[in-house]
Design a protein around this ligand. Structure first.
Ligand code: KG4
Ligand code: ZN
Length: 333
């Protein structure tokens, strides 16, 4: 039997999970409401909150899995990419825990873990598959050849898709994180109400900063005519923005599928919780006869279950690291 403790602390979620023989038994996530007042994650506040949350979160994960801490065979942690101060808390905890319990330590790449979240539950994709990973910090199309053999086919040249949602929300005076709120308003709105440009970017790369500027100029122009523009048109603006971001993402995914001939297509990361992206992918999958893989909501945004499942795969290969390991703000898939 293999019992893995997974630890995630790359951004503003402190999370701990227990995985037993590849099955997730608990996945505790402590969010940090404090950032909502600042329009984005404040790194210094995030690392302090991780320090306060980490021990109770791990305790809860152990309790919910109905095990004893001495049953744990290895501890897996997010090494990066992410905010260095936040990563340091999870890394230091994992190192101390491994040392105290005399068990192996496993480093996990957060971007790989988002993709490997697809191996938590059935149906699981078969290698090779394509994954569109869309989060607050990344937008990538990845060819996944094996658990830890991934090729980056395209990525954003500026803002990430989640950032496009969050920065638009700021323009619309909505609190951070704006993605889920835009999604909520979009459900009531007309996606064709406001025309927004689709950037023409080469290959399988993305760009979202021009879209953000187009939205800003559109809102400013409308507010000149009608100071109540936003209050009166929030649903239509959100629906139009969401529709544009989703079509940018799906059109590139279609291009990647055509280019590689791969028909197993997955999405991952926080933005894969978006209802427009989920339904758009299902519709595109039906049209092009893809096998589509969409994670459960709780495994889309940052969580330790994805770290524990990635850790389990490394545990099977005895892929361990030493106490001299340190976190990395930047890491590639
Ligand atoms: O993967 P994640 O939890 O953290 C990072 O690694 O960045 O992704 C967070 C991002 C945020 O930008 C948030 O606004 C976005 O995911 N997000 C959404 C939705 N839920 C979360 N964006 C659009 N629609 C959603 N429903
Ligand atoms: Zn993430």
């Amino acid at each position: 039997m293999a019992v893995i403790l997974g630890i995630e602390s790359s951004c503003d979620e402190t999370s701990a999970s227990i995985c037993i023989d590849g099955e997730i038994k608990s996945n505790i996530i402590a969010g940090q409401a404090i950032h909502a007042n600042y329009g984005g994650v404040v790194p210094e506040l995030a690392s302090r909150a991780h320090q306060q949350n980490i021990i109770p979160t791990v305790d809860q994960a152990i309790q919910q899995a109905k095990i004893n801490k001495n049953d744990i065979d290895a501890v897996a942690f997010t090494r990066g990419p992410g905010l260095l101060g936040s990563l340091l808390v999870g890394t230091s905890f994992a190192k101390s825990f491994a040392l105290a319990q005399n068990i192996p330590l496993i480093e996990v790449n957060h971007m790989q873990a988002h993709i490997l979240a697809h191996f938590i539950e059935d149906p699981k994709p078969a290698f090779p598959f394509l994954c569109l990973t869309v989060s607050g910090g990344h937008t990538q199309i990845v060819l996944v050849k094996d658990y830890f053999d991934m090729e980056l086919l395209g990525q954003t040249l500026d803002d990430a898709a989640g950032e496009a949602f969050d920065k638009t929300a700021k323009i619309l005076n909505l609190p951070y994180p704006g993605g889920p709120l835009i999604d909520k308003y979009a459900k009531e709105g007309n996606p064709l109400a406001f025309a927004l440009p689709e950037p023409q970017i080469a290959d399988l790369n993305f760009s979202f900063s021009g879209l953000k500027t187009a939205i800003l100029y559109m809102v400013q122009a409308q507010e000149k005519e009608n100071p109540n523009f936003l209050a009166e048109n929030m649903a239509d603006v959100c629906a139009s923005v969401q529709q544009r971001i989703v079509t940018i993402l799906l059109n590139k995914l279609k291009k990647a599928a055509k280019q590689t001939g791969v028909k197993d297509i997955a999405i991952a990361g926080g933005v894969s919780a978006n209802s427009g992206l989920r339904s758009g992918l299902v519709a595109m999958g039906e049209k092009y006869k893809w096998n589509v893989f969409i994670p459960k909501f709780e495994y889309c945004t940052d969580n330790a279950a994805m770290i524990a499942i990635a850790g389990y795969q490394k545990f099977l290969k005895s892929d361990f690291v030493g106490q001299d390991i340190s976190p990395l703000a930047r890491m590639h898939v």
